[in-house]
Design a protein around this ligand. Sequence first.
Ligand code: ADP
Ligand code: MG
Length: 259
Amino acid sequence: MNQLEAHGLGVAIGEKTLLHPTDLVLRSGELTVLIGPNGAGKSTLAKALVGLVPAEGQVLVNGVRLAEKPARDRARTIAYLPQGQAHSWPLDVENVVGLGRYPHGQTQTDETVERVLTDLGLLELRHRAVTTLSGGEQMRVSLARALAVDADFLVADEPLASLDPHHQFAILDRLQAVTQAEGSSPTGILVVIHDLRLATRYADRIWLLHEGRLVADGHPEKVLTSDHVQRVFDVATTDETVERGGSTIKVALPAAISS
Ligand code: ADP
Ligand code: MG
């Protein structure tokens, strides 16, 4: 089973510690959701995992250091969708998604591109210039490109930020299905999202980050306690029952600003 492990992963810029040394495991077969307030260090952690920010510690995939793999190999191991990425060039949607095939030595439309366009409901938009799409549509194209890499792992930083509720569910359904299906990639996915109800519904595991520290790591019921949510997000909470895969679980969700 594939496993991405971080040992003592930390990021500091000058005197400022953005991420305190942290041990983490991103498991295949799991959809992991990273939550935390603005400025908690979520994007920093995401970048450190994929090796895009100078970090202390190590990231290992099946025991091999990610940093020691050749660039193409690394790109095929872990795909990354940065936060708030804008499309600046008027390429067709199909060609943007095709860029995801670059680590495999090609950028033409192939079976994988077709599959991803279909899965994300982008077939009708495939010949449109990406710059003419709405913000939400552009976001789905960016995610499609990251999925087209067919990497073992995917780290997606706020992929739902500009999506309507229907597409938020559709994307999370898709990501959950991918992690659970035998023989499809990516097998282990990390997504940064802010909606704690969605996190509860979909996450196999939640990482809760606060001021650069991992405060909790586990099942939603264990992580989304009133104590954690009130303290980390500075809000009042209500206990709520959330439907999840045919059963229900109890979590504390934000209800109002704390008084
Ligand atoms: P999040 O994604 O959780 O909102 P980030 O990881 O983007 O947070 O940032 C965490 C903190 O680190 C923030 O306070 C941010 O201002 C700070 N930060 C991020 N990048 C830099 C940088 N290059 N130099 C100084 N501070 C930074
Ligand atoms: Mg961020």
